[in-house]
Design a protein around this ligand. Sequence first.
Ligand code: SF4
Ligand code: SF4
Length: 704
Amino acid sequence: MAGQLIFAALLAATLIVFSLTVRKYVFRFSLTGPHRIRHWRKRIGLMFQVAFGQSRIFRRPVIGFFHALTFWGFCMITLGSIEMVVDGLLGTERSFAGIGFLHRLFTALGDVFAFLVLISISVFLVRRIVLNIRRFQGVEMKRKSHIDALIALVMIFLLMVTLLGFNTSYLLSDPQPAVGTYPVSAILASWMTPGDPGKAGFVMHLSWWSHIILIFIFANLLPYSKHFHVFMSIPNVLLSRLEPLGKAENMTSVMNEVKAMLYPEQSGAAGPPPERFGLLDAGDISWKGYLDALTCTECGRCTDVCPANRTGKLLSPRKLMIDLRARMKEMSEGKMKNGRNFQDGKTYLGDYISAEEIWACTLCNACARECPVNINQPSLILDMRRYLVMEKASAPASLNMMFSNIENNGAPWQYGSHDRLNWVTCLDIPVPVMANLAAQGRKPEYLLWIGCAGAFDDRYQKVARAMIKILHHLGVDYAVLGTEETCNGDPARRAGNEMLFHMQALALIETFRHYDIRKIITLCPHCFNTFLNEYPDLGFSSEVVHYATFLETHVASGKLKSSAGHFKNDTIVFHDPCYLGRANGVYQAPRTLLGTVNSDKTEMERSKSFSFCCGAGGSQYFKEAEKGSTEVFIERTGEVIASGATVIASSCPFCLTMLTDGVKYLNKEGEIRNLDVAEILAMEAGLTSEKPRSSVTGPRLSPG
Ligand code: SF4
Ligand code: SF4
């Protein structure tokens, strides 16, 4: 009875402390904004795959295996812990024994997993203490973070030792018959000399109480440590984003405002303007954004793959999460003390995160792809850019120039729409234009979207021409928009100018509707991503394919044959563009196309979903890179060289330019050619005599 009373008192103290912590967090969540959750069935599938199946963790198979064992171990051991609490309250022993086989099953699994978790935690401790792991370093990893991690690991270690100690001493206390099954503890007990069952009973009680007290302390420490993810990771994965990584969240308020401006006759579209565009402080974040920050395990997988961070820039996606937690704590404590309207004069963007960090991001989504608990860091960065551009008008000068170009010319460069068809002049085959076909009462099956780079960049014009030759050869029924084409708004959106994006997109959608466009082939993966994932939010959906996917079916049917043998002495490596691969999952199509070419093939160390950005994404192409130890395109080109390739194949205008710059910078122009997949196919099929080499390309187009 005394034991029961002590136990009840300890449990009550634990719950009181825990509820005080919960109160703090409820207040913090009350400061955040709304976030809508739908598609529950899909979410449950995702939870089983990512949370219970630990699919993200296994992207690093060895250490992932130990993490997964720890997670599964926690799930198994929890059942035993619940039984212990019931026993403690009721003064019973093994109170769930009545469920028979199931009891034997969960006690057996709990015992085996306690041992496996012990091994895993030992591995983690050795890694933390002995090995100098890069991803555990960084400006955001203060001494407190390391101590916090070590305390949590040691506590888990002790929890497993006491659990195994309890089970082993229970068996040594000679129960007749033993209730439950304990395979590992049975082995441990068999190694020990049977002694006085009374002594074993004493050790059993000592282990039981130690284990229970550790659980109570651990439960109250977790919400203040990075190990809060023990509670948060499953709900966070359940509630995480379902959309493709490339999709930017639409700002409906901005869309409605632009609609009201463009179509005043339909006004009523614009609701009340939001208090603030974008994200300045922790209170501007949605409750889901704050849940992300609380779930962050500080594992550093995101920072470790971040091209900006890898090339010495200030940006670290992990820091975004750690700082958001810290700012929310600071802000909420002030408001708890002085009232909800209290302002301490500090902000998340400015006092914690600098504009330099925000502008260094290439929006490559490597961080979000890697995060084991499905956190989406790029959306946070984009929201801060939106604040800087729409509230403060403080984008880097070259981005402002790019915005003016789009506003004035419908292209990010200083070229007018009347020049949009200049690239066709040296073609010896006609290029069908949508307006001309419409005048003849004809409607082609596909719109071939050339994009601003295809229209204006000398180098990418060659790719556009190669694509025309291929489509002509295949007899595809298509047309281009020609001078009616205009920037679809993607570079403006990625740079935070949501207003300009909507102005471009809504105007373009009118053109699409005018020609009743249902199917679009794009050259550029960024345009592909925008039409596929973002235009539906604006009310325009169509069948959109990147040209690599489109051509894959034709290659499979044998209509496009590669036989010229231009590359028979070459080794080709494919560089995955972020907005084709990681953002939209198209990895195989360009590889299938290249597979038809008579040449050797190789892969870079980082490819497919692990691919490393070329450095142009997130509108970086239109501005100078932030200060760092090197440039992203140089690092990526170094990887090309290490692969031994003599031809870089890509399928994005920006990757082509960046890697061409890299080849030049590293003086490899005589050894490495840089081509688009469409060019390679056109050359191999004998359709083009243009044989571009990296040395014949012009300079990178600048907005100025
Ligand atoms: S999107 Fe890419 S560049 Fe931006 S933080 Fe993530 S990994 Fe770094
Ligand atoms: S954001 Fe995700 S990947 Fe990055 S440190 Fe946190 S948990 Fe790890």
